[in-house]
Design a protein. Structure first.
Length: 297
């Protein structure tokens, strides 16, 4: 008889994080391997991990970027992992290993983790917004994850917040205005550097040191992020907006966002908080969905 342990994986463009988890969300062990945003590398790595832990697990739960049908496991768009476009990863693994496999969008998994064991446990209606290379989002409405008509609900990054920019309208999107990539790119352009040579940490260090260019760029970043939060919240009127992503580890992050949001928000009194889970959010949320889909055990 198999133990009630699960393999949970969080697939990203840089790394695949994985862990063996209990049915209560406890992490027994965890590790990662480089994904290189390469489908063959990721698939081979996942199969090796399943084989190594096969006797210990009763299911495989997966979180990854993209437009995903969680009912069938079909990936319409795999985000940074383009080799997974139009691919059913769940079926491929199930056929080879005869284990139940689930797969869900990564930011949806963040929201599910927060609802299950995090800062959304006592909330019926909240928004998760993640700030990273792009802007991600997920919605919990009436205690349920809202996925939308084509499993694209919560894609806040595609919201146009800065008008139509000539023939490339998505240049006015929240992705372009409030992502860490846009922050790095603006700083790199100002200093005539390649964006690859600039990190978010570098920009915020310059900001904290009083560099005028960094002050302008970071202030604009926070203002744009506040606009996105306000727009989404004004439509849905949630109890809370939970913000995730590596930037939330910055001690003053929440204070700085609230400062800019308070100027915009004269009506809704939007409450914001950081997500409880950090690097483990994808794994825990993937397991939450897996248990919802298949039950525990």
């Amino acid at each position: 008889m198999r133990l009630q342990h699960y393999l949970s994986l969080d697939i990203g463009g840089t790394d695949v994080k994985w862990g063996i988890l209990t049915s209560e969300g406890g992490i027994i062990k965890k590790d990662s391997f480089p994904s290189k945003a390469d489908g063959a590398t990721i698939l081979a790595g996942i199969k090796e991990i399943i084989s190594d832990n096969y006797q210990e697990i009763c299911g495989v739960a997966i979180s990854m970027p993209g437009f995903i049908n969680p009912e069938s496991g079909f990936i319409e768009k795999g985000g940074a992992i383009v080799a997974f476009d139009k691919f059913n990863l769940a079926s491929a693994l199930n056929e080879e290993f005869s284990l139940p496999v689930s797969i869900e969008n990564d930011v949806n998994c963040v929201a599910l983790a927060e609802k299950w064991l995090g800062n959304g446990q006592n909330l019926s209606d909240f928004i998760c917004l993640t700030v990273g290379t792009g802007i991600g989002g997920a919605l919990i409405l009436n205690n349920q994850l809202y996925r939308g008509n084509a499993f694209r609900g919560g894609e806040f990054g595609y919201m146009i917040t800065h008008g139509i920019q000539m023939t490339t309208p998505l240049k006015g999107s929240l992705h372009q205005a409030a992502s860490l990539y846009s922050l790095r790119k603006k700083y790199a352009n100002y200093h005539s550097l390649p964006a690859s040579k600039v990190t978010g940490e570098m920009v915020f260090q310059s900001y904290d040191a009083g560099d005028p260019a960094a002050e302008q760029i970071v202030s604009s970043f926070y203002q744009n992020l506040a606009i996105g939060i306000y727009n989404v919240a004004s439509v849905l009127d949630p109890q809370k907006v939970l913000i995730g992503g590596g930037i939330t580890s910055r001690p003053t992050f929440l204070k700085e966002v609230k400062h800019h949001l308070s100027y915009i928000d004269q009506v809704f009194n939007i409450e914001i908080e950081t997500c409880h889970f950090k690097n483990n959010a994808g794994m825990i949320g993937a397991l939450a969905f897996h248990i919802e889909k298949y039950g525990s055990g």
